[in-house]
Design a protein around this ligand. Structure first.
Ligand code: PBG
Ligand code: ZN
Length: 329
């Protein structure tokens, strides 16, 4: 008796050799960017733990430099730098001062590693302002255009220090175009812009704000960061950042925003990055601690899902551990 035809997808799941041949999505170290925080202390050997941010530190310049060297040896060569200060003021002037810590670090790291590493620097005022907002505050409002002036100066300082990409994360309107213009004017046309294009007002930023002591003191970020009820608005931000000259566009956070990523993957004319943020990272750490799964499996599943949704590049605090432990080998 002839059996009826049965379509059997399981045939392609039968062995590891078949599965590895037909799998669709790759995760490689070359797609990962590791964020690093600079210590505000003057100790070049600093490596300070952050209580609700497992395995993430605030680094001194020398300890960071050695850390990066080991990572580069393992094939992880792309880094995003964050600074902050203990001398916060209303305009975040430490962000733009000539001897700004981040600029100093960029100079030293570039001197040491040259083209063997790619340096990104976050451009925002919140780690430097005493009110913790990403721009200049006047009364109840965050001043868009006055903030842009400062952000441009900050970006220029980092460009002068030799950064490869500046990454404005403030969500002021028009800052990508303004930064592009000043960089070009000052002969830094090779310095790229990784734009935080669709950055949502999210509850996943907790550990990061502890790391930089950058939480808003009054109010929240809802007049500049995006409302998580919105998808169409992300496309508007995408069009603007592309028109203003972004080289790379980013969605942030990542895991709860895979629909936005997948939209960007279809509509963007430049590569798409995803920032898997501090809260996403710490949730995995805590879940593992609670014994419901292990860090490696959860982290790789999440990052692969972010790639599958359409991210070309992923900023993740797991990059260092992945490289260290050879999880992608
Ligand atoms: C703010 C900024 C934030 C992050 C990077 N830059 C969030 C915020 O405080 O609004 C979050 C990164 C993370 O949580 O890992 N300019
Ligand atoms: Zn900010």
């Amino acid at each position: 008796m002839l059996k009826p035809f049965v379509d059997r997808p399981r045939r392609l799941r039968r062995s590891a050799l078949i599965r590895d041949m037909v799998h669709e999505v790759e995760l490689n170290l070359s797609q990962l960017v590791q964020p690093y925080f600079l210590s505000t202390q003057n100790n070049p050997e600093a490596k300070e733990t952050i209580s609700e941010f497992s395995g993430v530190y605030r680094w001194g310049i020398d300890s960071l430099s050695r850390e990066m060297e080991s990572q580069i040896d393992r094939g992880l060569s792309r880094f995003l730098l964050f600074g902050s200060t203990d001398d916060k003021d209303a305009t975040g002037s430490a962000a733009v001062s000539q001897n700004a810590k981040v600029a100093e670090a960029i100079t030293k790291l570039k001197k040491r590693f040259g083209d063997a590493s790619l340096l990104f620097s976050d451009i925002c005022l919140c780690p430097y302002t005493n009110h913790g907002h990403c721009g200049i505050v006047r009364g109840e409002s965050i001043e868009n255009d006055a903030s842009i002036d400062l952000l441009c100066r900050m970006a220029l300082t980092h460009a002068e220090a030799g950064v490869d990409f500046v990454a404005p994360s403030d969500m002021m309107d028009g800052r990508v175009g303004a930064i592009r213009q000043i960089l070009d004017q000052k002969q830094f046309s090779d310095v790229g812009i990784l734009a935080y294009t669709a950055k949502y007002k999210s509850n996943y930023y907790g550990p990061f704000r502890e790391a930089l002591d950058s939480a808003p003191q009054k109010g929240d970020r809802s007049t500049y960061q995006m409302d998580y009820r919105n998808q169409r608005e992300a496309l508007r931000e995408l069009q603007l950042d592309l028109a203003e000259g972004a080289d790379l566009v980013m969605v942030k956070p990542a895991l709860a925003y895979l629909d936005i990523l997948s939209l960007f993957a279809k509509q963007s004319t430049v590569p798409v990055a995803a920032y898997s943020v501090s809260g996403e990272y710490q949730m995995v750490q805590l879940a593992a601690k609670a014994g419901i799964a292990d860090v490696k499996s959860l982290a790789l599943e999440n990052l692969t899902a972010i790639r599958r949704a359409g991210a070309d590049i992923i900023l993740t605090y797991f990059a260092a551990e992945i490289a260290e432990k050879g999880w992608l080998r």
